[in-house]
Ligand binder design. Structure first.
Ligand code: ATP
Ligand code: MG
Length: 289
């Protein structure tokens, strides 16, 4: 049986056309990528501008709120003194409530001020040994470590580019949380972790405390978000929001891996390649290597 053969006859013009088409598609694709990249850059700039505006607003608002709050507290004292023994017992108790509310609001306002400062203060970009930052943070927490009989271990921490004060505060906030949210049935064990993952350093603080439900893993980084009442654990819920600001200003990201009852591992990157003149050419390596 004869086999049938299909022959396609193609003219020279068509051959030329076929060669041109992939080139056009490639050019078109490149043009679109360029457009999208420019759009993204514009959106990023807009976001940065809005974030800066928000930090400025939070700074001014919290700064200006301090004075009326101080007055509220001071005049409550004056009122109690002016009325002296004539002040009825119930009114004295009411005044105490006013003073207590003013005190709590002062703490909130100060925390908001600290958060806005973390976003707007000038930031250093220098070679930093994370080990030195962790040492300083541990010094500041030493009384609490002793009180909790916590065991603290540390991976070999790298040298990075960043702001030493901000990075020290980052460790202080994270280890401080690990010392606070402890499981009452276990001795606290806290590890400062460092791992090289796909070419970047993933750092972290891991504990064996009460842990966090997965549905709250994002929310805990929002300002004033707390998962417990004031009577259970003290604090205002600003620590992790400051941590996020610090990490993002270093060009990194922060997240938590956790299971309730099995501890939490707060992890962060610091953006290995920070493109500023002062740090170009600096290589980031583990200390001691
Ligand atoms: N290591 C941890 N283990 C379990 N829960 C945690 C841990 N760290 C934080 N959390 C939860 O996330 C919430 C937010 O933490 P964050 O540090 O912002 O606030 P805080 O410690 O309550 O107060 P502040 O830091 O302002 O003193 C905490 O209230 C707690 O519910
Ligand atoms: Mg905290």
């Amino acid at each position: 049986m004869a086999e049938s053969v299909n022959v396609l006859v193609v003219g020279k013009d068509q051959v030329d056309q076929m060669a041109i088409r992939p080139q056009r598609a490639h050019d078109e694709l490149e043009r679109r990528v360029r457009e999208r990249t420019a759009e993204l850059e514009r959106a990023n700039q807009e976001l940065r501008r809005r974030n800066a505006e928000l930090d400025e607003f939070a700074y001014v608002a919290s700064h200006d709120l301090q004075e009326p709050l101080r007055k509220l507290s001071a005049f409550s004292d004056l009122l109690a003194r002016d009325l002296g023994p004539e002040l009825p017992e119930q009114a004295r108790r009411d005044l105490e409530f006013i003073k207590d509310a003013a005190r709590r609001m002062q703490v909130l306002v100060q925390d908001l001020l600290a958060l806005s400062r973390a976003g707007k203060n000038a930031m250093k970009r220098e070679r930093v040994r994370l080990d030195a930052c962790a040492d300083r943070a541990m010094e500041m927490l030493s009384a609490r470590v002793e009180e909790a009989s916590a065991e603290i271990t540390r991976d070999e921490l790298p040298e990075v580019v960043g702001d030493p004060t901000m990075l020290t505060q980052l460790y202080q906030n994270l280890v401080g949380n690990s010392l606070k949210f402890v499981d009452p049935h276990r001795r606290p064990v806290i590890q400062l972790t460092a791992e090289r993952v796909r070419g970047e350093w993933v750092l972290g603080v891991k504990d064996n405390g009460i842990g966090i439900k997965p549905e709250y893993a994002q929310q805990v980084f929002a300002p004033f978000k707390r998962l417990h009442g004031r009577d259970e654990y003290e604090g205002t819920g600003i620590g992790l929001a400051i941590c996020r600001k610090t990490v993002e200003r270093h060009g990194g990201r922060i997240w938590v891996e956790s299971e309730p009852g099995r501890g939490a591992h707060f992890r962060f990157t610091l953006g290995d390649t920070m493109e500023t003149e002062s740090c170009e050419g600096i290589t980031i390596r583990p200390t001691g290597s």
